[in-house]
Every structure is written in C-alpha cells, then in structure tokens.
Design a protein. Structure first.
Lengths: 647, 647, 647
C-alpha cells in the first residue's frame, strides 16, 4: 500500500522544501501530488513558461525515492487570461458571468480556455515526458457536471439535442412538449434551463438531457487533455480526481478514457449517535472501485478539520487518520494521498487542515500519519491483491439524475436508497461491488438493484439472464417508472420487471416523513418514505402492511423464476428491516456470510494469487468487543485489525 | 349535481380518445373541460389554425351526452410567439425576463400578447359558437395578481396612479411621501416596486395601490376576453378558474364581469393530529359561494397525490375523492370536475395524479370516483337548491393586501383570523356565507367581521345599520386601523367602530408566538398573537386578561346598541375560546343552532322551493360516532350522509 | 441627565407643532432632534432651499427652553436628485443599482451625491450657525460599512489597495495570491467582491482589506461633512448616530473626527427565559462609552414596539421605558433622546412605535416617560460625573471583521465571546470599560481580552507592559491566530502571547454545537464551540478536560509573569463557568467587588469630584429581592434604584 501527500511547493519558502522532503522520506511518504493550481506560477505571463521551480521540486523528491503525480492546472487559469478573455468565465443561470477571483470559474467549453489549456498541458507534459519520477498525471481538479449558460454552452446543448434527435418533431415527441404548448418550432428555442425558476418546474424529459449534456461536457473536456498527455507521455497513468459533489457527473462516462479512478475521500468527522443514521463511508469506496471494476486510488484523503466557505468542522478524532486510510485500502485503494502535507497559511482554504498545523509543529495527527506509514509498509505484500465480491449493487446515473429532477417524496433520495441496501449486505460481512446498471453480472450470487427508476434495456436483459441462471435479485419500489426519455411508462409498475418480480403495484402512497407499520415474519417494522401496495401474481408475500390505507396488502414479495429468486421491497424501512430481510434472503440462497456483524464493524477481504487478507474495522466512535468466527476481538474507535493468510 | 373531468386530448394517441369517452359515459361523467393549454396545437404556426382535432374531441363527447367546457388557451402562447415577441414575457422585480419554456410567463398587459390572444379567442369562439355541446368558456387559467415589471406594466401602473389622484401633490399626500424624502417630483418617478428589497421596506400606502393595480390588471385582462366571447357566443356561460395562490386577486373584482365563479379545489391530503390546526377546507368553498352570492362550480377537483415542482404529496386517503366532492356540493357547488381524467405521462406535472394512474389501469381512486358519480345522480333532484345562511363572515380584500404588506406580528395572518371565526360558527352547524365587506347584510342574524383593518366607509355604514336593526356583530382586534390609503387613523382604535363596540383600545401588545391567559366565565384560555387592552365605555366586559402586562383589563366586550349587540375580541384564542364565546353569543341572540358539533363533523343545508337536504360530513381521518338532534350517527373517515326532505 | 425626543415637524400638520412643544416642555423634554430625513422639504426643487419651516420649529422649541440637535439630511436625497443622477445610487454585488424609493440608497462616494450633500450641509449650517438653540449636529443617519459596487467604489477600493501596498508584488504577497493562481497581474484586476459567491469563498486577506476599506469609506464621508460643519459652526458639537448593524464599521475610526459618540439604543423587548441566553444590553453601552473613553449620548432610545420590514415586536414591558433609559445613564450616557415623540401614521416605519400612539392619546408608555423626566431632573446634580472602571474588555474591530469573513465554528461569534466575559465581570458589580485593542491600559486592574484573533503589535506591547506591571489579564482561545494581513501565523498558538500566557496550544478542536466537559476546582462544566488542548510551559493548569479527545489535558491556565497574572481559557463555557473562574481570578488579584450578584441585577457607579452615585438595576422581567452589602433590596422588573453620596 502506498501512502502519499498533496504538496504545494509554490506556497512555501524554498528553504522549507528540503526540510519537507526530508521529513516525508523519513516518515514513509512514497508519492507526492503537485501543481493542480499552479498555472499562474507555470505561465506567469502569457506564453512565458517557468518550469524550473517545478523541476527543482520534482528532483528534490525524486532523489529521495518519492514518486510524483503532476496535474494539469486548468482548473484555475491566471488572472491575465481572464482579463484578456472575459467571455471564458462560466455564466450562471441568470446570464451573469461568475465573479473572477476565486477558483474553478472557467467555462470548460470556452474555445479560448481550450486553446490555452491545450498549450499549457502540452508544455508541461512535453517537459516532464522523460522525467522518470513523474509517474502519473491528474487532469484538472474535482470536475463537476454543472451547467454553464454562456453562448458556447447554449449552442453546445442545442447541438447535443440536434445530434441526438435529428428533427424537431422527434425532440417534441421525446420531451412530450405538447404539454403546456411547449413545442419547439425552431432549433433556436432550445436552450439550457436559464432563469430563476427552479428546475423542477421544467419538463423532466428535457432536464434529463440537460444533465446528460452536462456530464458529457465534462467527459469531453477530460478526453481532450487525456489525448495530449497520452501523445506526449505514452507510459504515464492518467486520471482525474472526482468527488461526491452536488452536480454529480456520470462517473462511468467520466473515467471511460482514463486509466485509473482517483477519489477525494473525506469520510465523516461528526459521527451521529442514532444507528439509523450511520452509513458506512465505504459505500463511496465500493462505488469508486466499481467504476472501472478494478482497484483505484485516493488522491485526497482527510487529514484534519475542514473549513473554508463554511465554519470549521471538528478535527479528526484519534484513529481516523490511520483508520479511514486503511479502510480505503481494504476496499480497493492501492494508494492513499493525504490532503495535505501542511495546512495553508493563506488563501481561502487555510482552515482546511493538513497533517501539520499552521504552527509547522507536527502534532497528534502527524504522529498518527506516521503510524499509518509503518502499517502501509507492512502491507506491501498485498500489492496486486483485489477485492472479489459475490454481491453487487447496481448504480444507475440516469436514475440519480432523474430523482434529482423530480424529488419523489420528502426525504427520499436516490443514493440513500442504495446506501440502505449496501449497509444491509455489508452488515453480513459480504464484499459488495457497486457497479453500473447495464454491466454484465457474471460471477455474482446476489444483486441488489434499488430504484431502477429510468429504463435501461440492456440492464433489464442482464438482470433477466442473471436471475434465470440462478441469481438472487433484490428490486425495490420506484423500479421501472420511467422510459429512457424520463417519461412515465404506461403499464403497471414495475413495468419491465413485472414478470421477473411476479407482482404488480396496485397503487402507491408517497409517505414522505409519515410512517406505516409492516409485519414480516411476526415482527413489526416502522416504514416511511414510500409504500407500494403489491398484487402478487406468481410471487408470494413475505411481509404485509399492518396499518395505513394498504393494511393487509403485500409489502415485500419473493418470486421464484428460472433458477433464481427475485425479491421486491415496496416500502422503505429502517436498519433492522433490511438486515432481517437480507438475512432471510442470504439463507434462502445459501450465500456464505459472517452472520450479522455488530454496529459499525466492517469486514472486507482482498485476495491475490497466493495471499488473502481480512480487514476488520471498527468504523465507530466507540470501542467494540465482539466475536467473529469464534474468535474474540476488542477494537478501539476506528481501529483496523488486518489478518493476512498465505495460501 | 354534475360530475365531470378535465381532459387533454392533445396529450394522448387518438386511439385512446374513444375508449376514454366510452368509459366516461359509462361511469357517469357529464361534462369535460378541454384546451386551456392547447394553443400550440390550435395555432401550430402563426395564423394557421387547426381546430379539427378539437371538433373531433367535442363531437366524441357530444354524441355520448357529455357537455363540454372549452378554454381560451392564453395562459401558454406557443414558443413561436415568444420567439417573435421576446418582450411579451413577464419581467421579474430584478428587471429580467422570466425564462421561457415553462408555463404562464406571458405578460398579460403586453400589446402583442393581447393582439394574438384576441385573435385565437375570436377564432375559437366563432368556430364553436354554434356547437351546442359547448356549454361554457373558461378564460385563461388560474390567473394570479402578481406584478410584471416590464415597460408596459410600469407605465400601466403610472397611469393607474395618475388617473386615481390627478396631481403629484395628491399622490404625495395620499402616500405620506414626505417621510424619508420620498416625494415624487415627476410622474416618471412612479414605478412598480422593482429591485431586491423586500416590499415591507416600502411605503405601505404605495404598496396597497400596487396590489390594487395588480388585481385590476387581471380583471381588465379577463374583461377583454369576456367581451369577445359574449359577442361571439351570446348564450354561453363565461368563467375563469381561480385558486388560493400567494398573490391573491380581489375575487370580487375578478368575477365582476363573469357569469359564474369556478374554483380549483385541492383540499388537504395530510390531516394534522392537533385539533387546533384543523380548519375546514369549506372555508374556501363558502368564500367562493360568497363572491357572487350564488352557487359556483369546481373546475379542478383533487384526484390523487400531487407533485410537480415539489416532492410528491401523499395520495388521497380512502373517502377523500368522494367525500371532498360532496363537501363542495354541500357548500354550493353545482358541478365538480375532477382534475384530471388520466395522469400525464410527460411534462412537468406528471406526478400530479389524476383519477387513473400512469399505468392506464383504473384502480382504487377511480372506483371511488365511480361511486361519486352514482351518488351525484341520486342528487339530481337537488338541482336548483341553494345554501341559505343566517350567519355571515366579512372578507375585505384590501385588508388581506394590507396584512401582507405589513405583517402585524409573528404568526398572524389575515385569512387565519377569518378561519378562526368560520370554524367557530360552523361548529354549531350554521350555514355561513363569506361575503365582501361592504355588501348589504339584510337577512343575516349574525355577522363576524374580524380584522377589518382597512377602512371601508360603505362597509361601516352597512354594519351600523345591521346592528341597530337588531343584528349581532363580532368585531376583533385590528379593526379600524388604517384609512383607505393604508395610513394609520389618528384616533383611538377601533376608530370608526368605537361607538358601535362601546370600547376603546388603551394599548396593544403584539404577542406573536408569546401567550397570555384570559379568564372568561371562570375559565382560563391561552391566547396568543395579539392583545388589546380595552377600556369599556358603554360596553361590558366578558373576559379579562389574567396574566401579562394587561392583567385585569378587559379582553372581550359586549355592547348593546340599538336593537343589536356588538362583541369585540381583543385577542386571538384557541378553538375552545372561540367556540365557548360563540355559544354564548348565539344563545344571547336566540339564534337556532345544532349545539357544538364533534370535531370534524360538518353540517350544512341546501334548500329549494319544496325540497331541503341536510349534509352531514365527517371531515376527519377518524371514524366518528355521535348524536345529532337525538339521532345516532356513525361515519367513516370523509364519509358524507345526506338527508333529503321534501316539504 | 438630559431627556429628549426625536421629532419630525415635516410629518405633522403645523397646528400640532405648538401642542407638541407645549406638552414636551410640560413633561420635561430638554432637547429635540430634527431633520435627518427632511432633504425633500429643505430643498424641494434643485437649488431652491426652504428653511422657514425649520426656523419656525426651532423657534417653537427654543422659546420653551428646549435645545435642538439638527441633522444633515444626506441619508435620503430627494427623488429629483436620483432622477438627474441615476448613477449616484448604490450598486449591489450583482452590479445592479439598488431600487430607489425606500431610504439610504445613495452611494456615499458618488461625486454627484457629495457635491449636493456639500451644498445642503453648507446651506443648513450657515443658516443655523448663529441660532443659539441649535447645540449640536448629527451627520447623516445610521451609516453602515456596507460596500457599493459602482465604478466609483470599484476604483476607490483599487486606490485604497494601491496606496497601501504600492506594488502588485506587495499585494500578491500580502494576500497570498499564489494560492489558486489568484495573482494580480494588473491593477485593473483588483475589485470589490462582486458576484454571487458568498464571500467566505474568497481570500480572507483580501476580504479584510475590503472590510477595512468599507469602514474607511464611511469615516471619509463623515469627515467631509464634519469639516463643513466645523467651519460654519465652530462651537457646535458634531456627532453621528451609530448602531449595531450587520456591516459594523470600525467605531474608533468612525468617531475619530467627531466630538461625541451617539448611539441608537434598542434594548431587547423579548427577554428569554434561559439565563444562559441573558446578556446585558449594557455591553453595547460600555462599548459606546469606550469609543472615545468618555461619556456619550443616546440619539434614539426605545419607546415602544418595533415593526417595519418585519412583523411588529412586542411592546415595551412596564418599566422598560424608564429603566432602559436610566441604564444608559448609569453606563455613561449624559443625554437620552427617545425615538420618537409620536408614532408615524404614514411611511414604512409606522409600526415603529413612539412614545405616543397613532391615536395621539398619551397612554401608559407616555406616562412612564413622564416619570423618567422627573427622575432625570433629580439626577441633574450628577452632571459631569463619569464611569470609572478598574476592569476593561478589549475590542478589536479587525478581529470582528476577520471572524465574520471566516466563521470559526458553528455558533461561535466574535461579539458573543466578548459578551461572555463582560457578563462575568459585571456579575461581580465591576464597572467595565470596553475599549479598543491597542489603547493604553493604565489604571486598570484587570483586562479581559478574548479572541484577539488578528495581530496588533501595539496592542501586544500594551498587554505585555500591563501584565508585567502587575495587571491581571484574561486571554482566550483564538488569540494570536492571524497576522495583520489575516493570514495564519506560522508559530504555535497563541503565537505572540505564548510567553505571557506560559502555554502553547498543542491542538484544537472546533466543537461547534458539540460539547465536552471540563473539570475545574472539582466541579464539572459543559463547554462547547471550541477546545484548545494546552501544554503548560511556565503556567499551571486550573482546569482540565474530563471527556473527549483531549481528556486530561489542560483547558484553563494561570501564569505568573512579572508582577502580574495571565489566564488563558482554551474553551467556551456557560455562565457559571465564567463567573466561577472570574470569582477566583478577582480573589487572586485582590480586586474589590460586590460578590456574585443575583441574575439580572446590575450595579454601576458614576463619580464626580465630590459626588458618587450607585445605580442598582433589576434588568429582568421578574421582581427581585436580594441583599447588597448587607442591605436588603426589592426591585420590580426593570426598576432602577439610585443612591447618591456626597463625598
């Protein structure tokens, strides 16, 4: 396992560089990321490039055996660029250019930006092409699938729609524009959703294309830089660092042209007391691993309290620095770079704490980082091992988009529906992949597919094949609601899955924060958010509503079809509801598992050709004592126990 | 009673039309509303009208004995119109044109819009003038008294002010513009309240004229279309569908040129548990009936869960579809059209559920609608009956406007003050009219007039006459505060009512969410929001503050004057406070009533020349068992019992 | 003590003037403020001045022995001015001119505004220069240090920065602009922070200069008018009325050119029940007195319930009118003018209640004001006395700015940190000055200096001298964090105070709304917001964390240095925590005090050459019985007891 840090030589006096490199080497740092915001230092005046300082920094690390990841600095063009090309700034929905002077405000479709970005990327990659210390390139920084409303993006969206549909009639038909006299009669009428109205007022079919376009725009920007880097540095690993922002891109499209997924990993600092609110941050890690269905890396890892545009958060509790990094490793990260070596003393992010405080005196957090480096070294033998899973969870970017466009009911979110089932599967110690809806499902025993809201014909076929060949499938409410245009499907829910699930939804009630009770195996559960009243066709009922309008009707069903089984969950329950049901399902399908683990205990495995490691992590703020396969464990908060077996 | 539906032939494949019409006829649908959003299908290209499809749809219904209401489609001009006349779009307070692509964004004062609206209305009404199936016309859709800030509306407002006052001196005097050096020195300085400041910063006198103008602007738009329709279709009933939006128009002005009031009726889906929060939705129905003081109709009636720009609400509980429609009938609706026949599968409103779900499989809600149709048929003999009331509640649109302009205290709203007394009167089984302040009051025994905030000289005279002739009047705090310009009256409160009420307000305390106790007839009540300390002149005290600054001073007074009695309520109490006081008042005035009804039980009556019907409605989510005039009743949630007597 | 009122002759019929003046004289009013919003009446048309009416009003008061304070009316230019100079209106962050028609929307840097303001100020002051009744001038009204984004202010800010730093390199270095490639490469790139991003996204060093400039801009505007007044009316007292607005200016700079501080004093109307939420409004009075370290005046004093852009508040409880005014006197106000004589009947502020209600019938509040006037007369002998304090609290305007720019943690505010220690010191009956950080500290025994966040070299030297000479100093967390540019200091916290405090901060945890327990002298306290883990060097620990990550480490320290003592409080506690600690500190330093006073009881003293007065105020909504130096007291809510001793 490789441990690294993010470092900003351009922020510090040169005399500190040597001391920093020395301390890193001594502590066990193996890789350093640099330069993602350094454009103004790399090209201080138009066309004048100054790379000496970066050469010097790279050399400083190289000679201590520390590898380097360099970044294209296109997230923050220098102010001279904006002054010359004021139209290259992102435009907000009101039609105003975003204020310059902060960060990330370039329009990534601006021809001027692209021309200058091409040049700096070319210059950088040509310059460092032969430098052996530079192992990888990060493109830009934390790209989001937000929308720009400038003229270029306006016509970009129009072209996107034109290419997709060909004729206005086809667009009008796809969007159902006859509603409210919204039929386009010229291409010029097609624009991104500017103006002050919230988007939910807008046509959901149109809005889904807007979100697809926004994601597509990011992928296109990435591909353009990747092509340049690949040309100049044929052997280098190319990535970009992604995160869970408000405007999520389609991760699968985003990384389709890149070599490896890297993730900015900021697990929670404030751990809630209510176990219902505890979701493992590993959900994000499993999702990242699933993007390319292989190991990934952490480009930025939590190192202390965070603060910037918002008040400071709490600091990292003892154990978090080491434990959260090892958790990432347990879930398939091969390298973890902590953000950041030292806390900035100037700029807007000076309250986003690094490993070393403003004082420049290494303290408790740094000491814990040192221990992480020692453990990482011990894990070297696990290099090349992988997380192999019998369980998978399906993620549908289009359903995520569509859920945001039309909130289903108060408090119901797409990702939360996935987290509920991820928590349930993991609570039995199952390695769980989160993969794209539509991917082949060979090799899995059980697949959870909550809220497959938007139709995916390929995905439906994969699921059908999976079940008929003996797989166990968990479906939920809000499956099969929308066609590929985000219009409602005119047939009984769950439409494409009615035969597979063996049920039809007679009626639904969006509960929001209200609740109903459900009785399953003589036990009562409090359910909220949603309730489907199910009519069983070939399925049998596993649970019934015991209160509310739908009292007595089926809430959870089980259907045997082909060699497999399909479960349909019509409502949204609490932790116990899902874990009890999952226990039943695993038993029915004879899927080996560790039994229900205690709160917060996470068990994962990586395996290689002749080696296997089990990671037992106490992902909680309390100490835990428990037995696992007959063996007693006592783990402090955020403590990781790793057991390596040679086979 | 006539039951109908709202239908959108333009949304559905033509092959569905015939099946729909057939099912409607079979179920008992008697009237269908169409075309309020169909402009882009009626005039797909400028000046090219396509009415064949609508002819066909009308014919389909006509031949099954189903009447048709057609709409002028001016709420949503086609996009080709906006492309040609970008200035015809509404302008927001920031001076920006509202984004096109949603709905209802035309400026209703735009000369271009008016020209094109005139033409489509002319074409439609001329075309259908001779069609006997078309019984009525709805103008536009859910018009709101919001303000546009375009140049046309800016000068429109200026003209309005100029016509009203004549000279700048008169304007300055009326608005009290000498405060803060706000005196107009040229007409050009007079504009609608654009800019980012909240309106409460602005001069309340000026703001009242802004609201009057906004309401006036709607009425003018309606009149223009009504004139065209009346010219082309002399016998047709003309209406517009109104609702309780944020920017309420003056309903009395809105309907002054129309034949009948129609209302979009969406009673609550989530019934609160706390009885203090339960207000009957019948308040709105009684208000609608009072606009023209005759029966009205429901143009859109709740049919399922709602969702669009907001998350989906809960679905209609069993009983609501039928019960709420019958409630409307009990309160004077003669026709109820459910919105909508089938749920849309595309467009922004696809989560606003109709009677039939997306699946196109009629379910529980449709079955309940079928039962409604059967009951409606049984009620045919009540055609022509009316709601006759001995109790009235006064509604002052100007007080509503003025309360919004200057919030009195936290949590105090004009309409809520009316609802408190409406609930109290109805809880004794009294039919209660809600009528405009200023209307003649002949025939009533008791009139409740809460918060007559803005002076109405005619209204004061009517009340004076009413009381002196023997009527019982209930006044409250915040009566007589403002003159007709919305400036404060320089005399002791309740100013114009001091003699009638026989009291003066020594001082007031805006309690907001704080509370005081009031003792009335040896019982303590918790009062909030407001507290007037009363000095009794000719009145006697019925209740005194038993806590707070005003401890011991009068809170509720009773004054005998002429042949009548006047009550003044200085504070705002809970449900029991008003019902106890109302019980006392009814007894004092010998007004026949049913005694205090149980929670949620509503009793109303309609009567004709030789027929009388009593409607007993359990407007609650719980079953109810109770006695009424010695007879036992057991009603399920939202169940209506109707007793018809021939006399 | 002088009692006065604010009066608006221009709002009332001339026939009321005489009656008003007569009633004022009879009641005991000694001074009247006029004309701060009267520009449109003083210069109704450009260049035409009408001062007769004001002459008449002044004369009316003068002949009854009532002094007059006149105002420059520059807060509200007439509409003819705005019509002629539309660019003189303030521009918001979005680049839009603020809507005209309200108040205070002129840009105070606009050359046109300044030209017209100069002229009206000249005309007014020349005219009244010889009028003996006019004793003082108020400049403008309630100036705030907000920012305008017009071209004039944009270049004004640029010039400010240019003058301060000289070169772009110096600016870039001071702001740390190399972060995120934010380096200025031309002066034109320097602008105020326009655009829609919240300011916290922006560079904190840049933002501190923005706030300094905003404050500077106000001071410059004041100075310009002060120069004119001083030239024309050499003997007149010049002031401006300030208040605690959102955009606080640097009060010390604001009043640097003025003769006396005047304050708009609106103490709380709604008194919370939780004693933890009770802070004395005297905090503001002590701060006002400390601005020029001498007595001040109240230009506007609470007279009734308030309402304008927000719902009406509660009215003044019995005792508040008199009690709050005497409280101001007790804390160093020599004159208190009630806002306002009569409540406005028109304009946006008509719900901001004066002493007399809309009805024009003097009531309870006016009667209480009459009693105040009687007491004020009895206090005449205290004229010339001053508040002398052995305790001081330091206020750092730059720390206030910087805390707003970067919120430290949820719920933590700069001023609240000061209030906690103000409350603690006052609860022992100590007169407490609040003075500027950097002022000499001679004469104080104890100085509390919470959260000296931004470095002030002069202030550090003063504190060092103060302590070494025997003073007692209380420091807290967040001292010494930032340098003078608002960048973090690269040395252990509390940086410049480590030697003085004898501790270093090992690590901190921003708790926000979370809590830890602290044990001090065997007692447990609940602390929140912040927690510093302290390493004692020369200090001893007074309290330790008894829970949380830092369990066992020092939370409060005491250091003996030179002849003095320094306390460092690493966390934020509740009322009892501070009062217990303060009791210990006072005892250790042998500082005479009254012992811990009961809740809400405030004791202050004023003294003159041969006279001394003790003010005992029950600043609470409950009656209080207590002993003070062996004497029993019983005080009603807001009752003041004054004991005068001749010495």
């Amino acid at each position: 396992m490789i441990v690294g840090v993010d470092y900003y030589p351009e922020h510090w006096d040169r005399q500190l560089w040597e001391a920093d490199a020395e301390l890193m080497a001594k502590t066990g740092v193996k890789v350093v990321r640099m330069a993602e915001f350094a454009w103004s230092r790399l090209e201080p005046r138009e066309g004048e490039f100054e790379l000496d300082w970066l050469d010097e920094a790279v050399e400083l690390f190289a000679k201590r055996g520390i590898d380097v990841i360099l970044c294209t600095p296109t997230s923050c063009p220098p102010l001279w660029f904006y002054e010359k090309y004021p139209d290259s700034v992102r435009t907000d929905a009101e039609g105003k250019r975003i204020a310059i002077g902060i960060r990330g405000h370039r329009c990534i479709a601006s021809p001027d930006l692209l021309r200058y970005a091409d040049r700096i990327v070319n210059v950088l990659t040509e310059h460092f092409a032969q430098n052996k210390a530079v192992k990888a390139w990060q493109i830009d920084n934390e790209l989001e699938a937000d929308i720009c409303f400038c003229g270029v993006c306006e016509s970009g969206f129009r072209e996107y729609v034109k290419n997709k549909y060909g004729t206005l009639d086809a667009v009008n038909a796809a969007y159902g524009n006859n509603v409210w006299s919204g039929e386009y009669s010229s291409w010029e009428q097609i624009k991104p959703p500017s103006g002050s109205y919230p988007h939910a007022w807008l046509n959901p079919a149109y809005m889904l294309d807007v979100k697809r376009y926004a994601s597509h725009r990011v992928a296109r920007f990435i591909r353009r830089q990747a092509d340049i880097i690949r040309k100049n540095c044929p052997g280098a690993v190319i990535t970009t660092n992604t995160w869970f922002c408000e405007a999520l891109p389609d991760f699968y499209e985003e990384f389709s042209q890149l070599d490896v997924v890297s993730f900015d990993n900021y697990p929670p600092l404030n751990i809630p007391d209510d176990p219902e609110e505890l979701y493992s941050h590993a959900f994000h890690l499993d999702l990242m691993r699933g993007i390319k269905r292989k190991n990934f890396m952490i480009m930025e890892q939590l190192s202390g309290g965070m603060g910037c545009w918002s008040p400071m958060s709490r600091t990292t509790a003892p154990g978090m620095i080491k434990g959260y990094s090892l958790q990432a490793f347990a879930h398939g990260a091969d390298a973890v770079l902590h953000f950041r070596w030292r806390t900035a003393v100037s700029g807007a992010e000076m309250h986003w704490h690094g490993l070393i405080d403003h004082s420049n005196v290494p303290g408790r957090r740094f000491a814990e980082f040192g221990q992480l480096c020692i453990t990482a070294k011990e894990l070297e033998k696990l290099r090349g091992t992988a997380v192999k899973s019998r369980a998978a969870l399906l993620y549908s970017p289009e359903s995520e988009f569509a859920f945001k466009i039309q909130p289903q009911t108060q408090g119901m979110y797409y990702l939360e529906q996935l987290r509920l089932l991820h928590r349930a599967l993991c609570s039995y110690g199952l390695n769980t992949d989160i993969i794209e809806y539509g991917e082949p499902l060979d090799g899995y025993d059980i697949v959870a597919a909550p809220t497959l809201y938007v139709r995916n014909v390929k995905g439906e076929a994969e699921l059908d094949k999976f079940v008929r060949n003996g797989g166990t499938l968990i479906l939920t409410n809000r499956c099969g609601v929308k066609d590929e245009h985000n219009n409602c499907i005119m047939s009984p829910l769950p439409s494409g899955f009615t035969e597979l699930a063996g049920i039809r939804v007679s009626e639904y009630d969006p509960l929001g924060y209200s609740a109903v009770t459900v009785r399953m195996n003589s036990k009562e559960y409090r359910c909220t958010r949603w309730c489907d009243s199910l009519q069983t066709d070939t399925a049998v009922s596993l649970a019934e509503y015991s209160g509310g309008y739908f009292k007595g009707s089926c809430a959870v069903s089980e259907n045997v079809i082909g060699k497999g089984r399909v479960y349909y969950i019509g409502t949204v329950g609490g932790r116990e509801f899902y874990s009890d049901l999952t226990g039943y399902i695993l038993e029915k399908a004879h899927i080996p598992n560790l039994g229900l683990l205690p709160d917060g205990i996470e068990v994962t495995e990586r395996e290689g050709e002749d080696i296997r490691a089990r990671f037992i992590f106490n992902n909680s703020k309390n100490s835990a004592e428990f037995c696992l396969e007959g063996k007693a464990f006592a783990l402090g908060p955020f403590e990781m126990r790793i057991k390596i077996t040679n086979e």
